[in-house]
Design a protein around this ligand. Sequence first.
Ligand SMILES: Nc1nc2c(c(=O)[nH]1)N[C@H]1C(S)=C(S)[C@@H](COP(=O)(O)O)O[C@H]1N2
Ligand SMILES: [Mo]
Length: 347
Amino acid sequence: MLIKKPADIKPSEITPESVYRNRREFMKDSATMAVGAAAFGGAAATALAQNGDQLKASAPEALQRTPPAAWWKAKFDSVKPAPDSEPFFTGESLTPYRDVTRYNNFYEFGMDKSDPSSRSGEFKADPWSVEISGEVAKPGNYNLEDILRPMQLEERIYRLRCVEAWSMVIPWIGFPLADLIKQFEPTSKAKYAEFETLVDPATMPGVTSRFAIVDWPYREGLRIDEATHPLAFMAVGLYGSYLPAQNGAPMRLVVPWKYGFKSIKSIVRINFRETQPNTTWNDLQANEYGFYANVNPGVHHPRWRQDMERRLPQTLFSRQYIETRLFNGYADQVASLYQGMDLSANF
Ligand SMILES: Nc1nc2c(c(=O)[nH]1)N[C@H]1C(S)=C(S)[C@@H](COP(=O)(O)O)O[C@H]1N2
Ligand SMILES: [Mo]
């Protein structure tokens, strides 16, 4: 493994992406090194420490944040890196950290793309608990620590396609939603999972705004076979570190084959039920936003064509438009979930 010491790194080389790449190499190498650690002993330990220093020296502000708690840091020290192949790796350029964390939709903080990053300073992701209810053998209020304890964190690099026709490629950290759902032992009546976001008027300026259009809390839902599909992911981090508030700290859904609004942020409740739940955007405008919301270039939104997308980052001088793919490029994995369904009626 090639380790640059902090002194060898030019300031111009220090970007969140380079920090992330180093972290990624670090994660890969430490996975391999775990086996040889006993034999290499001191050398391996030194290498790890140096790499750790480098990470600290060059981390951008968000990556330097104090972990919410000590146990949280320990969890992040054993992240399994994404394999270099589909479907957990797209082969496309990553969207820079800056865009991922400054261009957001999170209406609880306001409706402008910059509101979630600029107006979430008071938001607290720790302590956090999630209420589990409905058709499960083990309902209750679970601390985030208890939820994460049995989970092996892993990295996944997914495309994120917003219904507004822009998209990003984001390196998430988290665990399969299926692993979480299993813990609560859903009953045979659990046909759908319903999710809710925190509503905290004290720290979320968007929820008290007189311009707010959402009937809080923000709600989303998945059919249980979608929720337990191996691609459905619960994210607790991105770019090698904790989730910033604007991206849905401390825990948010990532459903890469569906429009971004299904990927609900800052989850405080998961309810299992027999009937299809109401969902925020479908309630607001049923002719524009369906329950399924699968990315589909053949079914247009009344206000946005869906066969093309603007891939971020963009500058004033260059906008990159690419073709949108069915199920956001994940058709091989998920098309079978919708066999026999009319996708234009169930949009
Ligand atoms: N609670 C909540 N979750 C939400 C939203 C929101 O406004 N509130 N916006 C959704 C939309 S429209 C998109 S595109 C994604 C954006 O996620 P990102 O900001 O992490 O890229 O979050 C989704 N999750
Ligand atoms: Mo979106």
